[in-house]
Design a protein around this ligand. Structure first.
Ligand code: G3H
Ligand code: 13P
Ligand code: ZN
Length: 332
C-alpha cells in the first residue's frame, strides 16, 4: 500500500473548494505518454495552475498503470525542478469501471478515483459508488461519481445516447454515497465528433458547424439542489478547427469533427463546475503537429524531431485552456 501523500500528490478536496469559491475550474488532462505529461507539467508550472493528471482504462492498457503512477510521481519532482515550490498535482483514475480497479489504483498511490456507475440502474450505481467511497476515504482519497449518461462513442467509454442528469436525484445520490464530486450530463460527450451535422446549424460566414448549446438550465437546477458542491464536466474538448484543418491538409481525414465552444466552457467554469476533462483536444494538437512535421520533412526518422513539435503544440494548448477557458492560472 502506497499512500499518495508520500509521493507529493494531493487529493481534490481543497482544490475543488477553492475553485468553486473562486469561480474557476481545474484542468483534468488525460495522459498516456511522456510527451503529454511533460507538456502538462510545463504548462501548469508556467501558468501557476493546479492540475489533475487523468489515467483512463485505455491509458492503463496502453502504458501500464504502474508506469503511469511512477510518471506522476516524477511529474511532482519535475514541476519542482521547473521552479514550482508547491505543485498541486492530483493523480486521478478516469472512468473507473469496478471496485477492484479503483482499489488497485488507490493501493498504488492514486490520490483520486472516479467510479463510473452511470450506465447502471440507479440503486446499483449508488451501492457501487458508496463501496468505493468507503474504501477510498480510509486513505483520504477523493471520489468522483457520475449521474446521467453522456452521448457519443469513444474507445472504452461509450453510450449510445445522452440522458441528462436528473436534478431531483442528485441530493439523494450524494448523500447516500458520500462522493466528493459529481460528474453530470448536460450535453457534452466524449471524442472529436460530439454532434452529428443534423444536430448543428451551419455558420453562413465560416461554413463551420455550430453545435447546440449545453443544457445550462439543468446545470442551474443541479446547483440549486447542491449549493457549492463540486461538479465535473466530461467530454469538454472544443475540437479546434485549425487542428482539424491541419490534420486534413496533411493527409488525415476528419470529416464533421465538432466540439463544445469555448465560451460555453468558460461560462460553466464560473459556476460550480470545478473540474473540466480534456483529452481529445490534446490528441488533435499532437496529431496535427506530427502530420505537419512528417509531411514537411519526409526524410525525418528521429522521433524526437516530430514528437518535440507535438509536445510544444500540446503545451500551448494546455496553457490556452488554463488561462482563457478554465481560469485556473495564478492559483499556486
Ligand atoms: O473519457 C475518455 C477519455 O478520453 C479516455 O479515453 O479510454 O481512449 O484513453 P481512452
Ligand atoms: P474529450 O473527449 O471531450 O476530450 O473528453 C475527455 C474526457 O471526458 C475524459 O474523461
Ligand atoms: Zn470522460
Amino acid at each position: 500500500m502506497i499512500n499518495y501523500k508520500t509521493l507529493g500528490l494531493v487529493n481534490t478536496r481543497e482544490m475543488f473548494k477553492k475553485a468553486v469559491k473562486g469561480g474557476y475550474a481545474i484542468p483534468a488532462f488525460n495522459f498516456n505518454n511522456m510527451e503529454q505529461l511533460q507538456a502538462i507539467v510545463k504548462a501548469s508550472v508556467e501558468t501557476k495552475s493546479p492540475v489533475i493528471l487523468q489515467v483512463s482504462k485505455g491509458a492503463r492498457d496502453y502504458a501500464n498503470q504502474t508506469l503511469l503512477r511512477y510518471m506522476a510521481e516524477g511529474a511532482v519532482a519535475y514541476a519542482k525542478e521547473l521552479g514550482c515550490e508547491k505543485p498541486e498535482i492530483v493523480l486521478h483514475l478516469d472512468h473507473g469501471d469496478s471496485f477492484e480497479t479503483c482499489k488497485s489504483c488507490i493501493d498504488m498511490g492514486f490520490s483520486s478515483v472516479m467510479i463510473d456507475g452511470s450506465h447502471l440502474p440507479y440503486e446499483e450505481n449508488v451501492a457501487l459508488t458508496k463501496k468505493v467511497v468507503e474504501y477510498a476515504h480510509q486513505f483520504d482519497v477523493t471520489v468522483e461519481g457520475e449521474l446521467g449518461v453522456l452521448a457519443g462513442v469513444e474507445d472504452e467509454v461509450s453510450a449510445e445516447e445522452s440522458h441528462y442528469t436528473k436534478p431531483e436525484e442528485v441530493v439523494d445520490f450524494v448523500t447516500k454515497t458520500g462522493c466528493d464530486s459529481l460528474a453530470i450530463s448536460i450535453g457534452t460527450s466524449h471524442g472529436a465528433y460530439k454532434f452529428t451535422p443534423e444536430q448543428c446549424t451551419l455558420d453562413p460566414e465560416t461554413g463551420r458547424l455550430l453545435p447546440p448549446p449545453l443544457a445550462f438550465d439543468v446545470l442551474a437546477a443541479i446547483e440549486k439542489e447542491l449549493p457549492g458542491f463540486p461538479i465535473v464536466l466530461h467530454g469538454s474538448s472544443s475540437v479546434p478547427q485549425d487542428d482539424v484543418d491541419t490534420i486534413n491538409k496533411y493527409g488525415g481525414k476528419m470529416v464533421a469533427a465538432v466540439g463544445i465552444p469555448e465560451e460555453q466552457l468558460r461560462k460553466a467554469a464560473k459556476s460550480a463546475v470545478c473540474k473540466i476533462n480534456i483529452d481529445s483536444d490534446s490528441r488533435l494538437a499532437m496529431t496535427a503537429a506530427v502530420r505537419k512535421t512528417l509531411a514537411e520533412k519526409p526524410g525525418e526518422f528521429d522521433p524526437r524531431k516530430y514528437l518535440g513539435p507535438a509536445r510544444d503544440s500540446m503545451q500551448k494548448l494546455y496553457e490556452h485552456k488554463i488561462i482563457n477557458v478554465l481560469g485556473s492560472n495564478d492559483k499556486l
